[in-house]
Every structure is written in C-alpha cells, then in structure tokens.
Design a binder for this molecule. Structure first.
Ligand code: ADP
Ligand code: MG
Length: 659
C-alpha cells in the first residue's frame, strides 16, 4: 500500500463522468436539460454516428456571460443552487454542476454562447479537460455545445460503445423523455443528415404525445387527474386495447423530470389488473407535481430515481385516481378495420393486445364481410334458434372440424342443459351436482328483487334505428360469438369471455356481501395430497372459506372438504381443491391475500362459464346480453381479453360506401 493522496481534479472528473456519462445518450440528456433550464424556446439536437462522433445541442436560452464560460465547464460549478438548503428545493433539472465538467474531461468540447445582455458571443474549447482561451465569436443569443469523440481518452469505455443503431436508440429515448414534457418548446432531432423529429411548440401535452406516438394511441388516451391540495397528478393512460410487452411506454415525470419508480409502475399494473392479458403492460404518461421538499431528487447520479417522503400516499393517490376513472369509462374495444400504418409508432412496434386467436379470426371474418368478399357458402349468420348449419369463413376453423360437433352438444355428451337464470339474473351452476342438496342461499340472495329477466323480444333492426334505442336480441354464430347492436353500431361478443366476466363480477359482489352460495356435501369428502400441498391448502383456509370451500385437516395428508361453491356444482370437489392448491403453489412466495382471492375468482369463473362451442337458446342469449349492463367492467374477461368488439355505424356506412 502506498500513501493516501488527494486525487487530481482530472481524475475526480473522470470518476464523476463514469457515473453520469454512460454513453452518448447521457450527453444528450445533460445538454438538453441545461437548455431547458436556460429557458430556451427552441432546442436543436444533432448527432452523428449515434452520438459517438458528435452531439450538438443548440438553444435560444439566456446564454452564459463570457467571464463565466470557464466556470460552466469547471466541476462543482453551478448557477442553480447557492446553499445546501436549496438542495431540498430544487426547481431546475440540473443542480450538481458536474455535467459539463465531466463531459469536457472525456471529449473534445466546444462551448459557444451569447448572453442575452451581451452584444457578442464567446467560445471556449476544452480537450480532455484542458480548457483553452475564451475568444469572441459571432453567434445569436443562446448556447451551442458540441461534444466530439466521446471517450476518446478513455479507450476502454469507447470500446464499449454499441452499434450506431443501438446508441441512437438510447439517444432517441433520452430526447423523447425531455421533449415529451416540454410541449411549449420546439425540439428537433437530427441523426447524420437525416431529420428524425421536428416538433413545433404546441399548447397541450396530448398533442406532443400524439406527435411522438401516433394518432392511434392518441385516440385511445384516457385523461386522468387527481389533486389532494399538495400532490397533483395529471396525465393519460391508453385504453386496454393498446398495451406493450414491456413497461417502457410508461412515462412518469416528477416536477418536469423523467423518473423511474417501481412502485408507480406497480400502481399502474394494479389498476389494469384484469384488463390486460398477463405479460402485457399499460401505456401511460403522467406528470406528478409536488412541493420540492416532499421528495429527495439527490439520491441517484442521473436523478432517474427519487425518494418520496411518503411513497404510500403517492401510490394510493395514483391507484385510486385510475380506478375511479376506469369505473366511469366505457372500455369496450373498438375495431379499427383499417390496418395501422407501419410508421404509426416510432418508438417500437405498436402492439394492441390482439393476442387471442379467436379475436383475430373474427376480425378477419368481419373485415371480409365489410369488404364484400363473397361468403364461401350460405348465409353468414345462423339464427340462434334455428338449426341451420353455421357458415364458416376463411380463416375460421374449417367446416369439417366445426361441424363435427353435434349441434346438441351438451345433451349428446350426456350433460345437463348449460345453465338457467338465477333469481338475481345470474346463471346457476351448469349441470346438476352429484350429491344435490339445496344451495345455501346467502341473505342478499333471498331478499333480492329480480332484475334480470330475459331481454325484449327480437325486433327487426331497421324498425328502431331512429326511435329510442332498443337493442335487438342477439344472434349466436359458430356457437361462440353473439352478435347484437348498441347505439354505436354492431357489437360482436365472445360468449365465454363475457359470461366469465359476469360470473367474476357476481362472485366478487357476493363475496363482499358474504352471500356466496355454497353447496354442502352430505358426507365431507376426503382428499389426500402431498404434504406440502395439504399444508398450503390449510394455510389458505380462510380465503378458501370466503370462496365457499370449507376444509378441515383429517390426519396425515388428507383434507376434508365439506362445502364448495355452488357455481362449480358440476365439478368434482377433488378437482377443484387440486386446482386451487396448484394456484397456491405457483408463485413461490406467499402471495398477497387479495391477489390470491382474485386468482381463485378468475379460476372459478372461467371454469363455470359457458364455453366456446356451447350452443345457447334464445333465452340464454337474451339473458347473457341483458347482464352485460348490470355489471361493471364487462368489456373484458378477467384475463383481459376483450369480450366485445364494436363495428361503428360510421365505419359500416363508410365500408358500404354510403357516405
Ligand atoms: P448544472 O446543470 O448541474 O448546474 P452543468 O455542468 O450542467 O451543471 O452546467 C453548469 C452551468 O453552466 C449551469 O449551472 C449553467 O449556469 C451553465 N450552463 C450550462 N449549459 C447552459 C446553457 N445551455 N445555457 C445557459 N447556461 C448553461
Ligand atoms: Mg446540467
């Protein structure tokens, strides 16, 4: 070991640069932030070779006085804070006074600036930390910074630069993060000699978002706002038809600065629970404004992460704002028959959650219809009451496969009729339980007035187009979709997804009211399972009881099941318990109570719901359609697939060339 020595400023700057300047995109970020802080109305960014050759940022901000130029590139020199107290009341993007010094240390930097009170401009060159003389130059008010040959004197880091395209991706992201929250500033981005973005100043944030991400997403944006007098949220989320395979399109800005915060991302995910299929992430743009003393921004070198004084408060404010908004919003999927332009989404492939294959089939089919493609055979729509052979479009399962199912499938398979309406309009369990005592009705069940009789009889659709709107009865096609109408147009419904959603909502309401029907077994049924699973089941005993499943230990690895949910009457209690335990075992750690209950609800409603392939009677169809209106959130099944698609009248008119 040698003696302890003070490090030279040059080494200190190189170390600081290592933290702040990771790649050309970091330079872009720091320089753009300085320009915003300088009050610029226009900021032009130009890069060459992904920024590794050159990053130039020019602004029309307040500029720097000539005698201050050397200070601007000196370390720990800033005009933005004066005392330690200011650190806890930061209103600018920068405040550390480190960026320019760090960049100057590891590049060839040219700083040219004219202060707004000066008649002329001045420039200063710094090469690898060695500053030259300040000399006059002609330039307009504002500042230009050119950074060439980043990492030229730290060869190891230069070697680690990625392909131009990759670096340019990062540069673009850095640019977006700043340009997105400052719609009032005109930004441009140029790569080599190509213009990437030219974003004139606009009045609203939404307009800026649309310029970046396209009108498709713009149209899907739902405004969300919340203000508790101190903390203010404003922003937009995309409706669940637009989602991403990762969370990179979730933008959070705290007091004008882009931040990343896991708990906020989590709040978003929670709000969309049940609206998106798993593995899909919501799209969101949020600005969070709060007094600067409620947050510490000085915990991360690039200030990407912050520390809130009361994270829980911010989390719940966001979550409840979103939940409230979703309750009051019709999220029914709207079909866009015209394919998206390939360039609609500059930041990546736009990917509305259209994963469900049956939905694609249906869209194809519907588009074929709308484009007037001749049907392969016969009438397009089978009346639910008739026994006509269904018509099979190209892209759907071939007639051969589909017609192999007997029309009276349920009966043919020896099962009881699919379901009957409950007093409250719900559907009872399908089939009859083996041991069939009366369901134990909860209190809410017995007293509740019936509000879900079958819908009005079918009327010819044309008769009421102009009268007060009365939906037509639905038609079933392919034994899996229901077709009906609403004020907007033609609605196509996935029968399984809708029923599943309705059951899920019913179950949830009943559980909340403590009124879930359970079926008591005449003799409790012993179920034996591996010790770990039995233990997991017993640990979740309380939750299971809420679901109507009462279990008791019965010595060894055997569990006694004494009741189970009436909705699952035609399933074997063995099987139900096993499936539930499977859920308990996956996930690894002990899941949150609410999550678990929710998982179970999903599972039960999925199992109990009518399936694709089940033929429905006209009454069943009417009842199902009626019930969509009685429950919130019926536009998506609990897994997040849409339950309904709408072809608007305008779209149909257009397609039929009526307009
Ligand atoms: P910080 O932004 O943390 O203050 P920087 O190293 O980024 O530190 O910048 C140092 C100082 O240089 C700033 O405080 C500011 O006074 C000045 N400066 C940098 N860029 C600009 C610019 N584009 N316009 C006006 N002043 C600037
Ligand atoms: Mg700065």
């Amino acid at each position: 070991m040698t003696d302890i020595r003070l490090l030279s400023p040059s080494i200190i700057n190189k170390i600081a640069a290592g933290e702040v300047i990771e790649r050309p995109a970091s330079v872009v970020k720091e320089l753009m932030e300085n320009s915003v802080d300088a009050g610029a109305r226009r900021i032009d960014v130009a890069v060459e070779k992904g920024g590794s050759e050159l990053v130039r940022v020019a602004d029309d901000g307040g500029g720097i006085k000539p005698d201050q130029l050397p200070l601007a590139v000196a370390s720990h020199a800033t005009s933005k804070i004066a005392s330690a107290d200011d650190l806890f009341d930061v209103r600018t993007l920068g405040f550390r006074g480190e960026a320019l010094a760090s960049i100057a240390e590891i590049s060839q930097l040219l700083l040219r600036s004219r202060h707004r009170d000066e008649p002329a401009g001045y420039q200063l060159e710094v090469r690898g930390g060695q500053a030259g003389e300040v000399t006059p130059c002609g330039c307009p008010v504002g500042t230009v910074l050119e950074v060439r040959q980043l990492f030229f004197n730290t060869p190891v880091r230069r070697k680690f630069l990625r392909a131009t395209q990759t670096e340019m991706g990062h540069v673009t992201e850095a640019f977006i993060r700043i340009a997105l929250v400052h719609p009032q500033v005109h930004f441009t981005l140029q790569h080599n000699d190509r213009s990437v973005y030219d974003l004139p100043a606009v009045d609203s944030w939404r307009e800026r978002i649309v310029t970046f991400f396209g009108g498709e997403i713009g149209q899907s944006l739902i405004p969300v706002a919340s203000d508790d007098g101190q903390i203010r949220w404003t922003g937009y989320v995309a409706d669940p038809n637009y989602s991403r395979a990762n969370n990179r399109m979730q933008y959070f800005f705290l007091n004008g600065r882009h931040i990343r915060d896991r708990s906020l991302q989590h709040a978003l995910g929670e709000a969309y629970r049940g609206l998106l299929t798993s593995g899909r992430y919501p799209i969101a743009f949020f600005r969070l404004e709060m007094p600067a003393d409620l947050v510490d921004v000085n915990v991360h070198p690039t200030k990407l992460e912050v520390r809130f004084q009361d994270g829980g408060r911010i989390y719940s404010q966001l979550l409840s704002a979103l939940r409230q908004k979703f309750l009051g919003t019709d999220l029914t999927a709207r079909v866009k028959p015209t394919p998206l332009p390939a360039d609609a989404d500059p930041a990546g492939a736009l990917d509305p959650a259209r994963s469900a294959q049956h939905r694609d089939e249906l869209v194809q089919w519907a588009q074929g219809q709308l484009q007037g493609k001749p049907a392969p055979a016969g009438p397009a729509i089978q009346d639910a009451g008739s026994r006509a052979e269904p018509w099979h479009p190209a892209g759907a399962p071939s007639p051969a496969t589909a017609t192999r199912l007997p029309l009276d499938f349920d009966r043919a398979a020896g099962r009881a009729p699919p379901f009957r309406p409950f007093p409250d309009g719900g559907f009872a369990a399908r089939g009859t339980p083996a041991a069939a005592p009366q369901p134990e009705l909860g209190p809410a069940e017995r007293g509740e007035p019936a509000h879900g009789e079958a819908g009005p009889p079918a009327r010819p659709p044309a008769a009421h187009l102009h009268a007060a709107f009365q939906p037509a009865a639905g038609l079933q096609v392919h034994n899996r979709y229901l077709i009906t109408e609403n004020e907007d147009g033609v609605v196509i419904i996935d029968q399984h997804a809708l029923h599943e959603r309705i059951l899920y909502e019913q179950l949830r309401e009943k559980i909340q009211a403590g009124a879930l029907e359970k079926q008591r077994l005449l003799v409790p049924e012993p179920v034996s399972m591996p010790p770990a699973e039995a233990a997991a089941a017993l640990e979740a005993k309380e939750i299971l009881a809420q679901l109507g499943i009462e279990i008791e230990p019965f010595g060894g690895d055997t569990i006694l099941v004494s009741t189970y949910p009436a909705m699952l009457a035609n399933f074997d209690p063995h099987e139900i318990l096993r499936q539930i335990v499977e859920q308990l075992m996956t996930g690894g750690s002990v899941p949150e109570r609410r999550d678990l209950l929710d998982e179970m609800l999903h599972m039960i409603s999925c199992k109990a719901a009518i399936k694709a392939g089940d033929r429905l009677t006209p009454d069943e169809i009417a009842s199902l359609l009626q019930q969509r209106h009685h429950y919130r959130d019926t536009h998506h099944c609990p897994h997040g697939r849409p339950t309904a698609l709408v072809f608007t009248r305008e779209e149909l008119d257009k397609r039929f060339k009526r307009t």
